[in-house]
Design a protein around this ligand. Structure first.
Ligand SMILES: Cc1cc2nc3c(=O)[nH]c(=O)nc-3n(C[C@H](O)[C@H](O)[C@H](O)COP(=O)(O)OP(=O)(O)OC[C@H]3O[C@@H](n4cnc5c(N)ncnc54)[C@H](O)[C@@H]3O)c2cc1C
Ligand code: FES
Length: 361
């Protein structure tokens, strides 16, 4: 699962002025590896100049579509997204890691659920996959989407959403929120903030009628909407979030104890990594570097993308010993309770640690 595979690009389509949708051709021998669930993402890898660059992009197609597609929005000054928008063409090959992520809930044709989603900008990508997949798989369920953008011209998947609305008139409610384009209803002007979400929950959707809510966008929006939903009575366990951090929040590891900085050099941990059915070991100094950095330095091909606690590509399970995690924008409480950690953010605190990437699915 940690392997990258070269996939040929079947199609590149301009979605907006600064967003492309990229469809990959998956050869028959890789179909099983690239089976995905709605809301999952791919890690793409390319050599840009001299740099080995990896970035996560959510799948925007529905599970039933039989197509593997991502949308890449150009970030101002962004390395990968700029390169992709400028150069990618059908016929080219990209290194792609099989789908990962847990931004979804299990589906059942017998469900009669009401799902609610808040998306901002390119955050629509996994939400589109979730909405399309869910409405097709659960004929009695419905979806309400609040979708924030600057203006109509920057709305990604406008046509596809409009087609979906036509197909599912009764089961899909769609509201655009615009920050730089005046709309008739004042409530739909501005950015999606905690206050705005609270107003939607007062006037448009009753929190008690919602089974599961999905939020995808920048950090402040994600926290604000989640807080509004919880204040309106929704249990945190029913709120699924995916952070789309274009710039990974900056963080520097702080040694745990005041004395740790001085003594860290002497505290060693023997780490065993189980990956693709094999076990490999190395020794590292505690509190100096993350499990991921130490493993990569020891020559292990441990999987990662953002190295910032956001994408969850480096997720693994601690099966012996203990680690402390610095930041976590990716794992939910129930995953942490089951022993899952982000290796890019984990620092060992015991003399022996065993981590397993094969149990990470
Ligand atoms: C789970 C997940 C799913 C995602 N899905 C999508 C998706 O579907 N579609 C999508 O478009 N994006 C998605 N993203 C975001 C995506 O992974 C990238 O982060 C995004 O495309 C920006 O990458 P980049 O290489 O273009 O920008 P980077 O080069 O990483 O730069 C990011 C920002 O930092 C600034 N910056 C860069 N270098 C410096 C510097 N030295 N000093 C100061 N500032 C600097 C840049 O100006 C830019 O604003 C997702 C992220 C995650 C974690
Ligand atoms: S590599 Fe992205 S969370 Fe660790």
């Amino acid at each position: 699962m940690s392997k990258f595979h070269p996939l040929t690009i079947a199609q590149v389509r301009n979605e907006t002025r600064d967003t492309i949708a990229v469809t990959f051709a998956v050869p028959p021998e890789l179909r099983d590896s690239f089976q995905f669930q709605q809301g999952q993402h791919l890690t793409l890898r390319a050599k840009i100049g001299d740099e080995d660059v990896r970035r996560s992009y959510s799948i925007c197609s529905a599970v039933q579509d039989g197509a593997l597609r991502v949308a890449i929005k150009r970030t101002h000054g962004g390395l990968f997204s700029g390169w992709a928008n400028d150069t990618l063409q059908a016929g080219q090959t990209l290194e792609v890691m099989p789908p990962m992520g847990h931004f979804n809930v299990p589906l059942d044709a017998a469900n009669r659920k009401h799902y609610l989603a808040f998306a901002a900008g390119s955050g629509i990508t996994p939400i589109l996959s979730i909405i399309k997949t869910t409405l097709a798989a659960e004929p009695h369920s419905r979806f309400t989407l609040f979708y924030g953008n600057r203006a109509s011209s920057s709305v990604i998947f406008r046509d596809e959403l409009s087609d979906l609305k036509d197909t599912y008139m009764e089961r899909l409610k769609l509201a655009y929120v615009m920050s730089r384009e005046q709309q008739d209803i004042e409530l739909f002007n501005g950015r999606i903030t905690k206050e705005k979400a609270a107003q939607f929950l007062q006037h448009w959707v009753r929190a008690e009628d919602v089974d599961v809510a999905f939020i995808c966008g920048p950090e402040d929006m994600m926290h604000g909407v989640s807080a509004a939903l919880q204040e309106a009575g929704m249990p945190k366990a029913n709120i699924k979030v995916e952070l789309f951090a274009a710039s990974i929040p900056k963080h520097t590891h702080q040694p745990r104890h005041a004395s740790a900085a001085a003594s860290a050099a002497h505290q060693q941990t023997e780490v065993t990594v189980i990956m693709d059915g094999n076990a490999a070991s190395f020794t590292m100094e505690q509190d100096k570097e993350s499990l991921l950095d130490a493993g990569l330095r020891a020559g292990l091909d441990m999987r990662y993308s953002c190295k910032g606690g956001v994408c969850s590509t480096c997720r693994c399970k601690v099966i012996e010993g203990k680690v402390d995690m610095d930041v976590n924008y990716a794992l939910e409480d129930y995953e942490i309770a089951r022993g899952y950690v982000l290796s890019c953010q984990s620092f060992p605190t015991t003399a022996k640690v065993v981590i397993d990437f094969d149990q990470a699915e």
